[in-house]
Design a protein around this ligand. Structure first.
Ligand code: 5GP
Ligand code: MG
Ligand code: MG
Length: 190
């Protein structure tokens, strides 16, 4: 067997939420649509590290037009499971976004605070357009409005890990998306 699956971390996982196949299907669908929309526009895919790394890799691979990619590290979370509400740039893009058509590729929108900040920031830097693909959204937790052009799956208000998403740097290489047992992040024994 290749890859880390639910069975490999069974003791920490409450249940699987989105399968590997479902992840692939929604990314392929969004990437096909984006390929049509951005044809001839040389889009810049922007990834917010680290959670969206798996998503941008799969998304870019599924696109049928030339794209560029850049990476940015933002901080709105500590090691906990709640946004602190303050966004700081830990590591900036190396690309000048002026005049560029930017497509932000995100893992998950929770409060929306991080993304709303990033959209404003990229527009402030002079991007010609800024759109979003988000693999996951938690509508129940939205605090700030952001327009998501390419939608993934809506999920309930539960803390998830896998396919790039971590809890305290663990579970990023899980090949599907799962709900962690609360005991894991409440400091108890899972
Ligand atoms: P927001 O600013 O929308 O509240 O939070 C965005 C970021 O918080 C996401 O990109 C992700 O890194 C992290 N986040 C939000 N919800 C979850 C979750 O359920 N699981 C994990 N692992 N990270 C999350
Ligand atoms: Mg993210
Ligand atoms: Mg994280």
């Amino acid at each position: 067997m290749v890859g880390m699956r639910i069975a490999d971390v069974q003791e920490d996982i409450d249940h699987e939420l989105i399968t590997k196949t479902q992840i692939e299907d929604i990314i392929n669908h969004a990437a096909a649509q984006a390929s049509e929309d951005y044809r001839g526009r040389n889009p810049l895919l922007v990834c917010v590290l680290k959670g969206a790394v798996n998503t941008i890799a799969a998304f870019a691979q599924a696109m049928s037009i030339p794209v560029q990619m850049d990476f940015m590290s933002l901080s709105s979370y500590g090691s906990g499971t709640e946004s602190s509400g303050t966004v700081t740039v830990r590591q900036d893009l190396s690309t000048d976004v002026r005049g560029r058509h930017v497509l932000i590729v995100e893992d998950i929108i929770d409060s929306g605070i991080t993304l709303a900040w990033l959209v404003d920031e990229l527009k402030r830097r002079g991007a010609a357009s800024v759109e979003i693909f988000a693999l996951l959204e938690k509508p129940a937790r939205r605090k700030v409005n952001v327009d998501v052009k390419y939608k993934g799956y809506e999920i309930p208000d539960e803390f998830v890990v896998g396919f790039g998403l971590d809890y305290d740097e663990h579970y990023r290489n899980l090949d599907s998306i799962a709900v962690l047992k609360p005991a894991v992040y409440q400091g108890g024994q899972a």
